[in-house]
Design a protein around this ligand. Structure first.
Ligand SMILES: NC(=O)c1ccc[n+]([C@@H]2O[C@H](COP(=O)([O-])OP(=O)(O)OC[C@H]3O[C@@H](n4cnc5c(N)ncnc54)[C@H](OP(=O)(O)O)[C@@H]3O)[C@@H](O)[C@H]2O)c1
Length: 270
């Protein structure tokens, strides 16, 4: 019998590429998104079922999971992918934006996970994949909100893996580097606050991100890493996606804080 994955934020980017990859490998896919009526590509694929799910709406989470189980009989894997990036000086953020960033990337992820665990516990089987980022292990300037959420995803996942082991469920964390998606456009909440004192560091960050030597990987590469994490049969927790992820996370591990911060500062020419 085919296995089934439920994906949040499957309407674009990494979520959509992962839906397509798993479908090609013979899986059933419950592709959840905020606006399924706007998505046309996945609808055409056999064994892909779309459901409306907003991670900020508890009712939609429960309905999508129940409809998915009705459709395919069972869910084997959850991919917590939905998320976006809030960047800018902390003092420029209205409180509502701070709450929305943590509600989406952290509380939403926990709500979806919590809603599916009873199903996995009944089956004594399941895999939970959480999309973190290189930004869950290291930070760029002006990312206190986004990195705060991704460091939280890392801590939540690492602790959860102990208790999930008790019920036969695996937890995986995938850490992509820079990936060519809408993340830097539609999914980017940048607040400059128009405070002159931060203008130099804002410009420096933009230069660091727009450096033509940066490696940017396609979302299909992340999809392959996710597929491998689900099917490799190991208890490995963390998986990187992209050459830049390897380079930056190796450097973060090998260097002292001071050495690493000096390297990052040297890349942000002011
Ligand atoms: N691209 C990168 O460089 C990169 C690197 C590391 C990690 N990541 C992580 O990868 C994940 C996917 O991002 P992406 O790069 O694929 O960008 P993306 O194409 O913009 O995808 C983000 C997805 O999240 C969905 N989403 C946002 N808020 C939601 C909510 N409240 N409920 C349900 N879905 C919601 C969006 O849905 P709508 O279509 O409705 O807006 C969109 O489908 C994110 O967690 C991001 O932090 C990305």
């Amino acid at each position: 019998m085919s296995k089934t994955i439920l994906i949040t934020g499957a309407g674009s980017g990494i979520g959509k590429a992962t839906a397509i990859h798993f479908q090609k490998q013979g899986w059933n896919v419950i592709a959840t998104m905020r606006s399924p009526e706007k998505e046309n590509e996945l609808k055409e694929l056999e064994n892909v079922h779309s459901e409306k799910l907003d991670v900020l709406d508890l009712e939609s989470i429960h309905v999508a999971i129940q409809n998915g189980i009705k459709k395919f009989g069972k869910i084997d894997t959850l991919l917590n992918n939905a998320g976006y990036g809030a960047y800018g000086p902390l003092e420029s953020f209205p409180r509502e934006n701070i709450i929305k960033q943590f509600n989406t990337n952290v509380i939403g992820l926990m709500d979806v996970t919590k809603a599916i665990i009873p199903h996995f516990r009944a089956n004594k089987d399941g895999v939970i994949v959480n999309i973190s980022s290189i930004g869950g292990q290291m930070t760029f300037a002006l990312g206190s909100l986004y990195h705060g959420t991704k460091f939280a995803v890392e801590g939540i996942s690492e602790s959860l893996h102990y208790e999930m082991k008790e019920i036969g469920v695996k937890v995986k964390v995938v850490e992509p580097g820079f990936i060519a998606t809408d993340f830097g456009g539609r999914s980017f909440d940048f607040q400059s606050g128009n405070i002159e004192d931060y203008q130099l560091i804002i410009n420096a960050l933009m230069k660091q991100w727009q450096n033509p030597n940066n490696t940017v990987s396609p979302p299909s590469l992340v999809a392959e890493v996710i597929y491998n994490s689900v099917t490799d049969g190991t208890n490995q927790l963390r998986y990187r996606a992209g050459d830049d992820a390897d380079y930056l996370l190796d450097a973060r591990k090998k260097m002292t804080d001071t050495e690493f911060f000096e390297m990052m500062n040297s890349q942000m020419e002011k």
